[in-house]
Design a protein around this ligand. Structure first.
Ligand code: XMP
Length: 514
């Protein structure tokens, strides 16, 4: 394992991903972890991330010098670089030598371990206040900028390396190459970590954890739960039962995708609960978005728990495990605990007996989203499941502005299916993060269709580009694709005489309309 020591801000996750892209397994540890504990993990190398502090700030994170004396190769980036310089006796000044953003880097030692084979002039991403003016003894300065004399250094004998900039961001043009040079040349690591190994390793771990007992897993139709279920199925076969609640708010073909394609690809034992009537009844007369969301969430849990209860009552070994598709970013963001969580499935409704506790099986908790997709591919899941765009849990229920009825759902399902079909045909699925299709059910506008006047609700297209859904921009997609979608929806979906495009970024708008 390569440890990425997290000095705060958002850098560590990105570095850990880049290391894995170099096919080397990495894990993130907090900078407060004692060095002895880090070394006990037998790391093949350690990377010190950037962070928001100044090494001079009071309470700024520090590092025990022992880390540099353990014989483990270390690569410091930005704050990690300055900390390394300061700890080992170099000079870091708080002299106003700031640099932010794209910066030209002058490589003075092109044949060095890190810079071998990269150009003497390259563009790097800087973000720092303090600057290193003298490298520690035994180090060779390998690069500078117009502002800082020491922008990179290395001590090949001790296997210690550092750069002032952020090689992990794409704006640093040779960043990935430099990181790989550290891993392969500096630390002598073989790049052999693949999702294939992950699958093999997880299957063994799941078998060991579950033994002869049974497990259950809720399927949402999303990527994470599907991949987690497929992995567990591969490990324990018929000891796993999946539950899928069809609330009638799914898009066209989605339930069939789970029922047929997913089962065909995995052979999983699936319990489908048809709860459409129940959800429609509960949603009748409700237009307020938050109320809709609460009703859908509540009904979902009730139905799901009822299904669990039925499985618990079936003959067979004890049902002791609940499979969840938790991902690595969730784990890191919630403090990165390593123990096995024990949850009690009590949502104070529905009513599982009080004494039932599930132990969690979370086979994806060390993986990033793109790696989960690769695992899904490795497991032979259909492309339509593995490459799915995000879709909200409350489904089409929050894409009908106004009351949710069966007719409106059917209408929206048709319009959505057309939009998805055309976006796929135009090859836009990867470029577009997601494209909600929204029915403004209570708005009507006048149209002329065939020989007559019509009066019907508009459909909104909301294509957005995003990296994490926290912020988004509307996708400037080709007019001819928009035209095709518009023509088809107004021709093929009864009542709809108008299609409009949402051209709002997030913020101020959210991605969904409700
Ligand atoms: P907003 O509308 O808040 O959406 O900009 C951000 C992202 O979250 C998705 N979303 C949900 N996902 N349950 C989910 O699993 C929900 O209740 C939910 N609401 C919004 C949305 O599709 C977008 O990707």
């Amino acid at each position: 394992v390569v440890l990425v020591v997290d000095f705060g801000a958002q850098y560590a996750q990105l570095i850990a991903r880049r290391v894995r892209e170099a096919r080397v397994y990495s894990e993130i540890v907090p900078s407060t972890m004692p060095v002895a504990e880090m070394l006990a993990k037998n790391p093949k190398a350690i990377i010190l991330s950037g962070g928001p502090s100044s090494v001079y700030a009071e309470g700024a994170p520090r590092l025990d010098r022992a880390l540099f004396e353990a014989g483990v190769p270390v690569f410091g980036m930005c704050y990690g670089f300055q900390l390394m310089a300061q700890t080992l006796g170099g000079t870091v000044d708080d002299n106003g030598a700031r640099e932010y953003g794209r910066t030209p880097l002058h490589v003075s030692k092109v044949g060095s371990t890190l810079f071998e084979g990269t150009p003497a002039e390259q563009s790097v991403w800087m973000s720092h206040g303090d600057a290193c003016s003298a490298a520690p003894e035994g180090f060779t300065v390998t690069a500078s900028t117009d502002v800082v004399p020491v922008a990179a250094f290395e001590n090949d004998e001790k296997k210690l390396y550092g750069v002032q900039y952020h090689p992990e961001v794409l704006h640093s043009t040779h960043g990935q190459q430099i990181l790989e040079h550290f891993l392969y040349r500096g630390a002598g690591i073989e790049p052999n970590w693949t999702t294939h190994n992950v699958v093999e390793e997880q299957i063994a771990l799941i078998r060991e954890q579950v033994g002869t007992k049974r497990a259950i897993c809720g399927l949402s139709g999303g990527v994470d739960s599907a991949v987690a279920a497929a992995l567990v199925q591969k490990a324990i076969g018929s000891q796993l039962t999946c539950v899928y609640v069809d609330h009638g708010l799914m898009r066209k073909g989605e339930t069939e995708q789970v029922e047929k394609d997913f089962v065909a690809a995995t052979g999983v034992q699936l319990k489908v609960v048809d709860a459409q009537e129940r959800f429609l009844t509960a949603l009748a007369g409700v237009s307020d978005p938050e109320t809709k969301r609460k009703i859908i969430g509540r009904e979902f849990i009730r139905v799901f728990e009822q299904a669990q209860l039925e499985i618990l009552q079936e003959d067979g070994p004890e049902v002791a495990f609940l499979v969840q598709g938790t991902l690595y970013p969730d784990v890191v963001e919630s403090g990165g605990g390593t123990g096995t969580a024990n949850i009690k499935s009590h949502h104070n409704v529905g009513g599982l007996p009080d004494d039932i506790e599930f132990e969690l099986v979370e086979p994806l908790r060390k993986l990033f989203k793109d790696e989960v997709r690769m695992v899904g591919q490795e497991l032979g899941l259909p492309e339509e499941i593995v490459q799915r765009q995000p879709f909200p849990g409350p489904g089409l229920g929050i894409r009908i502005v106004g009351e949710v009825t069966k007719d409106r759902l059917d209408l929206l399902r048709e319009a959505d299916a057309i939009a998805r079909e055309e976006l796929t045909a135009a090859g836009l699925d990867r470029e577009i993060w997601q494209c909600p299709v929204v029915l403004l059910a209570d708005v009507r506008s006048v149209g002329v269709q065939g020989d007559g006047r019509t009066y019907g609700p508009p459909i909104v297209l909301r294509p957005v580009s995003s990296e994490d859904a926290m912020t988004a921009d509307w996708t400037r997609m080709p007019y001819d694709v928009l035209a095709k979608i518009s023509t088809r929806i107004t021709n093929e979906v009864p009542d709809v005489n108008r299609v409009v495009l949402d051209v709002t970024s997030k913020p101020p708008g959210t991605i969904e309309w409700e």
